[in-house]
Write a protein that binds this ligand. Sequence first.
Ligand SMILES: Nc1nc2c(c(=O)[nH]1)N[C@H]1C(S)=C(S)[C@@H](COP(=O)(O)O)O[C@H]1N2
Ligand SMILES: [Mo]
Length: 257
Amino acid sequence: MNPRKLIRPLDAASIIKDAQKELQSSTRRLFGKRLLSLGGLALLSGCDLTDDKSINTMLRRVSTLNDGAQALLFDPRKPAPTYPESMLTRPFPFNAYYDIDQVPEVDAQTYRLEVGGLVKGKRIWTLDELRALQQRSQVTRHICIEGWSAIGKWGGVRFADFLILAGADTGAKYVAFHCADNYWTSIDMPTALHPQTLLALTYDGNVLPPKYGFPMKLRMPTKLGYKNPKHIVAITVTNEFPGGYWENQGYNWFGGS
Ligand SMILES: Nc1nc2c(c(=O)[nH]1)N[C@H]1C(S)=C(S)[C@@H](COP(=O)(O)O)O[C@H]1N2
Ligand SMILES: [Mo]
């Protein structure tokens, strides 16, 4: 059976609640300040978010907003909403460009994270070294362009801390991620340095399970699902546009959520 069939319908009620909070204050701010929230996006994409279908439509339209407009509207300091643990979506959905029985097996003992490109520091990291760094956690909403969203809890290292420890040139334009399943994606430096961007090693308090990206994924509540790479094996800091698996097939590169 196609696992997508098992995924819950959109959690419409809570998305609309978030959107309404934004809408109350955002109409005035939308064009004055640089605001890009769910509510702001609803306005920009002309959707009223009254049902699952219009949320779907909005997610689709958002993906076709051009990257320049999104980058201009995105405020890299604006925090994404967080939620109480009582709102966690159980079970959290699995998604990838293949079915769940194809999830890559990564060996914790031999695993090494390679950091390359414009960095001056340590280039090879073991899992234990990453686990020894200061850990934080977040309960945030993951929004997938295919029309579902879910609230999850991830723990790990703040990516900005990691980039600084690795001696990365934070004036570079992009950070690219290569994954054990050959997936790849890339993000802009302002998003890489956003305080909620996390190199996640755990899910819901336990070691990140294979289906959610063992040994490590990048979790960004400011970006759509496909910008959140799982099973990361290499990170590259670069000024050359790296693209991505879905982005090169037409998905919006900026991919803000
Ligand atoms: N390595 C890798 N990362 C990936 C993908 C993938 O196929 N491979 N799919 C992306 C998409 S489209 C989504 S919605 C999320 C799903 O993450 P989850 O399985 O933890 O829900 O992973 C993203 N990261
Ligand atoms: Mo996705």
